[in-house]
Design a protein around this ligand. Structure first.
Ligand code: CMP
Length: 139
């Protein structure tokens, strides 16, 4: 089934000017980037976006990091996009990420893990709506 997933290239990626290299890996893996914009996420937006993690001890640091510098938010489309993008990203902790994944290649730590991807069809729909209107998505 063709699916859409929400991807974020996080502040550690924009900071090191590697968003193009990451997009190269995304496109080489067969995803189409059907919407994309560079945004400075506010602290309030970050807290809302990561609300599911609000009881976790790392929540405040996570939200501060996501709003600390520009991000690139994007909608990726592909057969089985949600799971396939999670595979391409690699494990949340880059120390455990497989060879050939974005996090293995680029992520310095679990906090600064370069990319975010939706974890389910329900969350993909919510997260895409969080950043994009329908007219901004050109499939
Ligand atoms: P992400 O996929 O964007 O979703 C939540 C983020 O929390 C995760 O990537 C990590 O960058 C961050 N995080 C920090 N510490 C942890 C942890 N111990 N377990 C899971 N996620 C963590």
């Amino acid at each position: 089934m063709i699916q859409r997933t929400l991807s974020i290239l996080k502040p550690d990626a924009t900071d090191r000017n590697i968003t193009g290299e990451i997009n190269g890996m995304i496109e080489a893996a067969g995803f189409r980037i059907i919407a994309q914009k560079r945004v400075l996420i506010t602290l309030d937006q970050a807290r809302k976006f990561y609300e599911v993690h609000k009881e976790r001890p790392f929540y405040d640091d996570l939200c501060a990091f996501l709003s600390s510098a520009p991000t690139v938010v994007q909608v990726l489309e592909k057969e089985n996009a949600i799971n396939d993008y999670r595979t391409l990203m690699g494990a949340t902790n880059p120390a455990s990420a497989d060879e050939g994944t974005i996090r293995k290649r680029f992520a310095p730590s679990i906090d600064k893990n370069s990319v975010h991807g939706s974890d389910s069809p329900e969350n993909a729909a919510i997260e895409i709506k969080f950043f994009f209107s329908e007219t901004e998505i050109v499939g």
